[in-house]
Ligand binder design. Structure first.
Ligand SMILES: [Zn+2]
Ligand SMILES: [Zn+2]
Length: 243
């Protein structure tokens, strides 16, 4: 009944072009035309492995040898991919969240996740206060529900350590952003942990979370994100050579 009333007062619009969506009952974020454009994102060729993004299993160098697998939907490159991620971070939009959950669940279908628990890379507390939600948490809960896997809140942001005093403002902000800790009551009930995030860039945050997961007793860790940055395809510059 509430959904019916909502349908009367809120016109659903395409996330990308703002066209009014024809079928108000259907859980969709895109008009048919933009959905076709969206599907092209997954068929774009990865510059590193030559596979389509939807089949690419590339990962940042910082994660190599540390995880069972890494999967993503598309590269954070085109205007459309940026529109999707921007909306995911800024708007608590269930149509987009549900859509991405089903895309991610499909992407994960080929992996054996029978001994995995699903968790997420927590958003900065400041951003959670600002926007009122954590998009990675919402996606992780959706994936767990869809794939019938257990969900656990494993990580939280650490409080400032004394060392923070010795850092300048910029360093403090960066340090805080990368400072995570395990929640006190983490007891692994599966051997594997699947960490969900929206965008993975250098993988340094993920590397920190993986260390914590291993510390907690998880034997294997896998990573799934909506988008990877194209920086992965480039070799890390060897600064030493230029000194
Ligand atoms: Zn559209
Ligand atoms: Zn690739």
């Amino acid at each position: 009944m509430i959904d019916f009333l909502k349908g009367l007062f809120f016109v659903r619009k395409c996330l990308v072009c703002s066209a009014v969506l024809p079928d108000a009952e259907k859980d969709t974020a895109f008009c048919p035309k933009c959905l076709l454009e969206y599907e092209k994102l997954g068929r774009t060729i990865c510059k590193k492995c030559g596979k389509q993004e939807k089949d690419c299993a590339c990962m940042p160098d910082s994660l190599k040898g540390k995880i069972s697998f890494s999967a993503h939907l598309f590269a954070y490159e085109s205007a459309l991919s940026k529109t999707v991620i921007f909306a995911l971070k800024r708007q608590n939009l269930s149509t987009l969240q549900n859509f991405l959950v089903s895309q991610l669940a499909n992407r994960l279908f080929s992996y054996d996740l029978s001994d995995y628990t699903v968790t997420y890379a927590p958003r900065k507390p400041k951003s959670v206060r600002e926007y009122g939600f954590d998009q990675a948490e919402i996606l992780a809960q959706g994936i767990a529900k869809t794939l019938e896997l257990p969900f656990e809140d494993i990580f939280s942001h650490a409080h400032f350590s004394k060392l923070q005093k010795e850092l300048n403002a910029k360093e403090r902000a960066e340090n805080a952003e990368k400072s995570y800790k395990l929640r006190r009551d983490v007891i692994p009930e599966t051997k594997g942990l699947l960490i969900v995030d929206d965008v993975m860039t250098t993988g340094s945050t993920m590397a920190a979370l993986i260390s914590l997961a291993k510390e907690a007793g998880y034997e294997k860790v896998a990573v799934v994100c909506v988008a990877k940055t194209v920086g992965w395809a480039l070799p890390v510059p060897a600064k030493e050579n230029f000194l």
